[in-house]
Design a protein around this ligand. Structure first.
Ligand SMILES: Cc1cc2nc3c(=O)[nH]c(=O)nc-3n(C[C@H](O)[C@H](O)[C@H](O)COP(=O)(O)OP(=O)(O)OC[C@H]3O[C@@H](n4cnc5c(N)ncnc54)[C@H](O)[C@@H]3O)c2cc1C
Length: 392
């Protein structure tokens, strides 16, 4: 008889795992929202899937989104000085999670995965443990359902380091070559400009990461889509002239009334397993590895960790699932989690001088520019650049 697994949450982590594990185990996914509710709800992220994530999506036969709106480059600007556009080795893609999750859930249901519509809470979660060989908590950033222990050395913050101000807009001409714009405004925050695909077609995501209570923190008191659009348009005009030049005021609007998001994340990293009533419970994705979105790594980290968990479960398919398996999963993921987290946390601080020098070199040398673009696709390279002694 196949072992039974319950995945709570069908986001990036839960979907990867459901696709990867469905032929080997008996899978039940519990999700609090229907595909329609997700599709018609609020945007959730800016979700850039870099090359390695797209390879894993292919490996697990997840829905293919074609080559529309592929992201080929990363444009770096510091202050008002455009430095360069570095080319990615493999194109990235940003698909509105509302579309991605809804389509994938329906596809999985057609392929025989059982879905249960239910909001699991901390009070009833223990009852689930009895019914399955393994529970995987993939509930995302609102906090794990189980008390996975915090890794304090990787979790230095007690409060959000940035306010996240995100809108999906039409009316902005794409930058050239097509890519993500990263603007760093020392002392006040950053902006990502990201080409993306939604149900309504292509959009440009504007994602301001404001240091709280600075002048870039422009959405205090904003209550609705029209106030949001007004605040974003003013911020672009004041702080991001390169984007403003490409903005058509007649056509600048949100893709739909739920196409904006105001949020903030307190990063926290947890050891992703524990035993409950003698049964193993693991976490995957933001529920256990939650970083600030400032480096755009959450989906890629969730995807990486889902693949590692898949590998561990396949290796232990015929053995007892206990703390040893949990530890094996943690050992496989910890080095990568540590490097992504260290780089991401460093990005919330002023850029170190040697990193500024590397960026300036990128404006003189396309090879260096391409190396910087690759930091986002392979964050171990960013970790090396920020922390390797050779560069200090
Ligand atoms: C503003 C912002 C911008 C971001 N930009 C990027 C980016 O550019 N690139 C990138 O890689 N990452 C980005 N991220 C991070 C990325 O979105 C997350 O890391 C990723 O979505 C995590 O996937 P997940 O599966 O862990 O959680 P989620 O995607 O949050 O999915 C969790 C799922 O669990 C369900 N759920 C939650 N609680 C329960 C419950 N109690 N019972 C049942 N179901 C439940 C939810 O409905 C949801 O479907 C961003 C995040 C934010 C906030």
């Amino acid at each position: 008889m196949k072992k039974s697994i319950c995945i709570i949450g069908s986001g990036i982590a839960g979907l990867h795992l459901a696709y990867a594990l469905k032929d080997e185990f008996d899978i039940t996914v519990i999700e609090r929202r229907t595909p329609e509710e997700i599709k018609e709800g609020r945007i959730m992220s800016t979700q850039v899937h870099f090359g390695s994530t797209r390879i894993r999506e292919g490996r697990f036969n997840m829905p293919n989104w074609g080559e529309q709106s592929e992201i080929e480059s990363i444009h770096i600007t510091i202050g008002n000085q455009k430095l360069f556009a570095g080319m990615l080795q493999k194109p990235a893609l940003s698909i509105d999670q509302r579309l991605h999750y809804a389509r994938s859930m329906k596809d999985l249901a057609k392929k025989g995965v059982s879905f249960r519509l239910e909001k699991v809470d901390k009070e009833n979660v223990e009852a689930l443990v009895e019914g399955f060989d393994l529970i995987i908590d993939c509930t995302g950033k609102n906090g794990a359902l189980f008390p996975f222990p915090i890794e304090s050395e990787l979790s230095p913050f007690l409060a959000p380091q940035r306010k996240c101000i995100v809108g999906y807009f039409t009316g902005i001409k794409a930058n050239d070559p097509p890519g993500i714009g990263v603007t760093v405004l020392p002392g006040v925050g950053e902006m990502f400009e990201i080409p993306a695909i939604t149900e309504q077609g292509p959009v440009t995501i504007l994602f301001i990461m404001a240091i709280p209570n600075t002048e870039l923190d422009v959405c205090k008191g904003v209550k609705n889509a029209s106030e949001f659009t007004h605040a974003m348009s003013g911020a672009v005009q004041q702080f991001f002239p390169d984007v403003y030049e490409r903005l058509d005021p007649e056509k600048f609007k949100l893709c739909d009334r739920n196409g904006f998001l105001l949020t903030a994340v307190t990063p926290v990293i947890r050891k992703p397993y524990l035993m409950v009533h003698d049964k193993l419970v693991v976490g995957c994705g933001d529920s256990v590895f939650l970083n600030d979105p400032i480096t755009g790594q959450g989906c890629n980290l969730s995807s990486f960790c889902a693949e590692q968990l898949y590998e561990a479960l396949i290796e232990w398919k015929h053995s007892k699932w206990d703390g040893e398996l949990g530890e094996s999963y943690w050992k496989r993921t910890k080095p990568f989690v540590k490097e992504v987290t260290a780089w991401t946390n460093a990005m919330t601080e002023p850029l170190p001088e040697h990193v500024v020098q590397l960026l300036l070199q990128g404006s003189q040398d396309q090879v260096k520019a391409n190396e910087v673009a690759q930091w986002f696709a392979d964050p171990t390279k960013a970790f090396e650049a920020f922390f390797s002694r050779l560069n200090v």
